[in-house]
Design a protein around this ligand. Structure first.
Ligand code: HPA
Length: 349
């Protein structure tokens, strides 16, 4: 197998020059650079990043731990992370903690043992031990989507990025209230996730802003999944005074709610108006087309990489939390007529 010394000899340059060309660490004259690249090609030289890591203590890799990778929302986040990492010469090691705190700790430990330079994690609903582990081992980490309570003493090297949740959820509720609904049900996510709490508080704020009372019976636990949401929606529909409108707190739960409605032969929006958190590729193919909040998923992924690389470059800078705006996509499942501008996207506030 060809070595760097073989390349240097063949190109008639020093090993240091070969290194500068391959790592882009110093400008090299164009003809020298070309000679090195030609020699690399001719000899079939492949850099050994493991050997380099032993010298630099950096692996140029990022560990990504995200549950529900098959959920389009998280798949798009992953695309954003991957593109950002590639652009800066980093590769990814991906793990799925399955929203289970024990499994989460196990996969994060494995990634850490691989000596990733930093980690991007969408934490589970019970992230205390995980946060303690990452803090103890001083692992540069960005939390995304679900945010955690970062110690306020400034010691933690954690950054965070997620979408706005409360205000967009309130927007869905006030929109339904403006259409005359007085009993608006919520299919809520898994307890403990920051996204669940923030969307729940947005729901309450929306009701208050519309002058509607908060009736606990109209909130059902969908646990962030389709099956849970199907059960939750069925329970809401079985109330003595069922909701006339429903808000679902994520894309998976929208699917579950639609199943429950179909099971009962109910149609949207005539029997029940529906507004959903999360847009997805086929949300405008349903009849009616779904009125949703669209989260900037790819951008969340891209910003997570940026925050992590900033942190690697300046380990002691203060923690940052970025909130990216979500978008209200007004279609017809809310009960509004289909007009020429109904699919236009607009900012939430
Ligand atoms: N968090 C935020 N948005 C989501 C999620 C989640 O866990 N799942 C689907 N959309």
């Amino acid at each position: 197998m060809a070595t760097m010394a073989d390349v240097a000899r063949s190109a008639g340059v020093s090993v240091a020059t070969v290194s500068h060309v391959l790592n882009d660490t110093r400008p090299v004259l164009p003809h020298t650079r070309q000679a090195v690249l030609d020699a690399v090609d001719e000899l079939g030289y492949t850099p050994n990043t493991l050997a380099r890591s032993l010298v630099t203590s950096r692996t140029r890799s990022i560990g990504l731990a995200v549950s529900a990778i098959s959920n389009p929302y998280f798949t798009e986040i992953l695309q954003g992370v991957e593109a950002g990492a590639l652009e800066h010469g980093y590769s990814l090691l991906i793990a799925d903690p399955h929203d289970d705190p024990k499994h989460e700790q196990r996969v994060v430990r494995l990634l850490h043992e691989r000596r990733v330079d930093g980690m991007i994690v969408a934490p589970s609903a019970d992230p205390g031990d995980l946060v303690a582990y990452l803090g103890r081992h001083d692992v540069p980490t960005v939390f995304l989507d679900r945010l955690v309570d970062v110690p306020s003493d400034g010691t933690a090297r954690f950054d965070q990025v997620g979408a706005e949740n409360a205000e967009p959820m309130a927007r869905l509720v006030t929109h339904l209230a403006d259409l005359g609904h007085r009993r608006i049900g919520l299919v809520a996510g898994l307890p403990g996730l920051s996204t669940t709490n923030e969307r729940l508080s947005g729901y309450r704020h929306g009701l208050a802003a519309a002058g509607l009372p908060h009736d606990e019976r109209l909130v059902a636990r969908g646990d962030s999944e389709a099956a849970g949401a199907e059960r939750a929606t069925t329970a809401l529909l079985s109330l003595a005074a069922p909701p006339t409108a429903l808000v679902t707190a994520n894309n998976a739960m929208t699917i579950g709610a639609l199943r429950a409605l179909r099971g009962r032969g109910l149609s949207v929006p005539d029997d029940l108006a529906l507004c959903c958190f999360d847009d997805f590729a086929w949300a405008d193919l349903f009849a009616p087309r779904l009125t949703v909040i669209s989260q900037p998923s790819k951008e969340i992924g891209a910003q997570a990489v940026r925050l992590l690389l900033d942190r690697l470059a300046a380990p002691d800078r203060p923690s940052r939390t970025l909130r990216l705006p979500s978008t209200f996509v007004h279609r017809t499942s809310c009960g509004c007529p289909d007009h020429p501008h109904s699919s236009e996207k607009g900012p939430v506030s």
